[in-house]
Write a protein of this length. Structure first.
Length: 476
């Protein structure tokens, strides 16, 4: 194995080399181009780098919610990851920094926009005894601002996120591109739990509790990335149902309520990134068992063309990772007041439909939000009109039901804020007790073309609504 050396450049950038092989690159406190064997494949690619700073999952692009501001890196094989944050070196000092002969050590530091938190990540690249490299990360968070740090609750995993890894090739929106990995495995001692890669937000992807020594791996390729938790404090992980990246964080909010971390609050985290071979991964698969997944049989799949809701994730044809779900979102009303289901007893021309039922005034909607090129679908075209139609039935509905299209256009702001998309509602709304009725909404020509289109099936009020034979189409 070649000796390690570090090539530094900008204030928050550097590269780690093993001989003539680029092992890793840090750009603006984000790790990319990571490989852990000189002739091995990329583990983390340039498209979705790994943050080297603490952040909150909720609205994490807000510069107040992540510590990527005032970013810099330094090279020091002896420097400890402590609370002392010295002034960043000059550009000339960085360029003339040492090249450690042993483990390659990099210290990454940053703050949020207001400077109320300090983040330090110390990375150590070392050689394993298997002709491979490993990356150990020691992270420290300190709240320094007088007003503290406001934390938004996250129901899927913890709020203080210190690790987010997306193995390159796990998901690609490019049509026809082969998918790498098919399952994420969690090893706790001798017990291995398997989480198959589906786009369903099933319970087995949420609140995965991790103790020191627990490991998460993506399987099964010739080289398979592994995260090993080395922290003494319990952490909570979540597996994204979109692209199967893992978020690891510490829970701090109670009862799903926002909280403020006071000045002087600190958290420390340690974890390792490594790889295992295909044979070791096969052993994990052989030992592993999938946890119960009752959602598979009761969750509808979105399909191009007419959605009749005759199939669920459990019986949809084709590969499971190619299916996208209908989602349900509670909008307004008391907690637990909305009941949404794939009703397999009632339909327009069969025995299946989507249902929303409330016993008190409340609002909710079924949504299909995974249309278009960002999700491996056909690209939207500029200047086209779009039509959505559905059959809707209601029972004792003191309120109304309707359908809508929610659209975001290419190049426009607020891509990650769906509540700010433009709305196109059906002019006809249904209420009271009715038999099946067709509703439709047609947009004007959309210029520039959309990059996101969401289908909404909306229930508002007290009573029951059913939706069936949903069809989304592009018009000339």
């Amino acid at each position: 194995m070649s000796p390690l050396r570090i090539e530094t450049g900008g204030r928050a950038d550097c590269r780690v080399w093993a001989g003539g092989t680029l092992l890793a690159e840090i750009r603006d406190l984000r790790l990319c181009s990571l490989r852990l064997q000189e002739d091995g494949p990329l583990i983390i690619g340039p498209e979705v780098p790994m943050p080297l700073f603490w952040e909150q999952y909720a609205d994490h692009e807000d510069p107040e919610r992540n510590a990527s501001s005032d970013a810099w890196v330094s090279i020091d094989g002896q420097e400890k990851c402590d609370r002392t944050i010295p002034q960043p070196p000059s550009h000339e000092q960085i360029l003339s920094g040492p090249e450690p002969e042993g483990p390659a050590c990099i210290v990454c530091r940053g703050t949020n926009a207001s400077g109320s938190i300090l983040s330090t990540f110390r990375l150590t690249f070392s050689r394993s005894d298997r002709d491979e490299y490993e990356l150990d990360i020691h992270a420290l968070l300190e709240v320094t601002g007088e007003q503290g740090w406001l934390i938004t609750p996250n129901p899927h995993h913890g709020e203080l996120e210190f690790c987010n890894i997306w193995p390159v090739g796990t998901f690609s929106a490019a049509a026809g591109r082969a998918k790498r990995y098919t399952v994420t495995a969690i090893r706790r001692g001798e017990r291995v739990t398997l989480v198959p890669h589906t786009h369903l937000e099933s319970a087995d992807k949420h609140r995965i509790m991790l103790q020191r020594g627990d490991r998460i791996a993506w399987l099964l390729e010739d080289q398979n990335p592994v995260i090993t938790v080395e922290s003494d404090m319990s952490a909570s992980a979540g597996l994204c149902a979109y692209m199967w990246d893992v978020h690891v964080a510490y829970p701090v909010c109670k009862d799903n309520e926002a909280c403020v971390l006071p000045r002087g609050f600190t958290r420390e985290a340690r974890f390792r990134v490594s790889i295992i071979s295909r044979s070791e991964g096969e052993a994990w698969l052989k030992e592993g068992k999938r946890s119960d997944a009752p959602e598979d049989g009761r969750w509808p799949v979105y399909v191009p063309g007419v959605n009749t809701f005759r199939t669920s994730f459990a019986d949809a044809p084709g590969e499971a990772h190619t299916h996208w779900p209908w989602e349900f979102e509670a909008v307004d009303g008391p907690a637990g007041s909305l009941h949404a289901e794939l009703d397999q007893t009632t339909g327009f021309d069969d025995q299946a439909s989507l249902c929303i039922r409330t016993s008190v005034p409340a609002s909710g909607r079924w949504m299909a939000t995974t249309l278009g090129p960002a999700f491996g679908g056909v690209a939207f075209r500029s200047g086209k009109r779009y039509r959505l139609s559905a059959r809707v039935r209601t029972l004792a509905l003191n309120g109304e039901s309707h359908i809508a299209l929610r659209i975001h256009r290419c190049g426009q702001p607020d891509l990650h804020h769906a509540e700010r998309y433009e709305m196109h509602l059906s002019p006809v709304k249904v209420s009271g007790t009715t038999e099946w009725r067709e509703l439709a909404v047609v947009t004007q020509a959309i210029v520039p073309e959309p990059d996101r289109i969401h289908i909404l099936l909306v229930h508002q009020g007290q009573g029951t609504s059913w939706f069936d034979n949903v069809l989304f189409e592009e018009l000339d």
